[in-house]
Design a binder for this molecule. Structure first.
Ligand code: HEC
Ligand code: HEC
Length: 203
């Protein structure tokens, strides 16, 4: 009983802490525009819309600029984020990125254990027979990303992750200057994408 109430109190403090941080410094554009899809704390409720909370600021700045100059030109970028990014005043980009970077990422959520186990194996070890590198080599063993180049994946929505891997594979998303992800995703089957996305969601 004591233990449970201590945990409940700690959780209560964490929730309050988050709400406090989010309400004191939310940039105006975030509360009026971005929050509709990404959530005011950068944790989105819809699997199509990526979580931005805890993502590295350099990566967020790069993506916003890539939407603005149309370097990131996959179908959802064109239909949704080109328009959104165009409305951000250039002098607010860093502030918005820093805000989302400072928010606490959503905790991992349990998924189908078979998918998770298969995804974990590829994430941490790659697939030697097809020269697929371990995702962990760039994105970190816990998927937290390595700034400034490699984005956080931990906890990201499965739907979003699968869509991006498909975009990379189909060369519809080509904003990665070294084309690393086109090569990586080009080697993944649809099944492996689902497995990886399930594992990533648990992180
Ligand atoms: C109508 C819903 C919607 C709104 C409003 C919106 N976004 Fe997005 N956002 C999306 C979708 C969908 C994607 C995925 C785009 C893709 O697949 O290329 C996205 C992707 C992003 C990404 C890339 C994330 C990643 O992990 O690569 C960033 C950064 C971003 N949005 C920032 C913003 C900011 C800042 C605002 C407010 C100015 C905003 N968005 C408003 C729907 C929205
Ligand atoms: C050699 C380094 C490298 C490896 C290995 C790698 N990635 Fe990436 N990944 C990147 C880079 C760089 C980007 C950012 C591209 C950009 O700037 O838009 C990225 C982006 C991504 C994104 C898009 C993130 C977002 O928020 O939109 C996903 C999803 C992803 N990687 C998944 C994977 C998976 C799954 C694997 C393993 C099968 C993997 N990556 C292996 C370097 C790597």
């Amino acid at each position: 009983m004591i233990k449970r109430s201590a945990i409940a109190a700690a959780l209560g403090l964490m929730v309050m802490g988050n709400a406090g941080a989010a309400t004191t410094h939310v940039p105006a554009m975030v509360s009026t525009v971005c929050s509709a899809c990404h959530g005011v704390n950068g944790v989105s409720m819809v699997p199509t819309f990526p979580d931005l909370a805890g993502q590295g600021a350099p990566y967020l700045i790069k993506q916003i600029n890539d939407f603005r100059d149309h370097t990131r030109a996959d179908p959802q970028a064109q239909s949704i984020m080109w328009g959104m990014a165009a409305t951000i005043p250039p002098n607010k980009i860093t502030e918005i990125a820093d805000y989302f970077a400072s928010q606490k990422g959503a905790p991992g959520a349990p998924q189908n254990p078979q998918l998770v186990a298969a995804g974990r194996k590829i994430f941490l070890g790659g697939v030697a027979s097809k020269e697929l590198p371990a995702c962990a080599a760039c994105h970190g063993s816990s998927g937290l990303g390595v700034e400034p180049l490699f984005p956080r994946l931990a906890g990201q929505h499965q739907g979003y992750v699968v869509t991006q891997l498909q975009y990379f594979k189909a060369k519809q998303r080509t904003n990665d200057p070294l084309q690393i992800m086109q090569t990586v995703a080009g080697k993944l089957t649809q099944k492996e994408m689902q497995e990886l996305a399930a594992y990533i969601r648990t992180l």
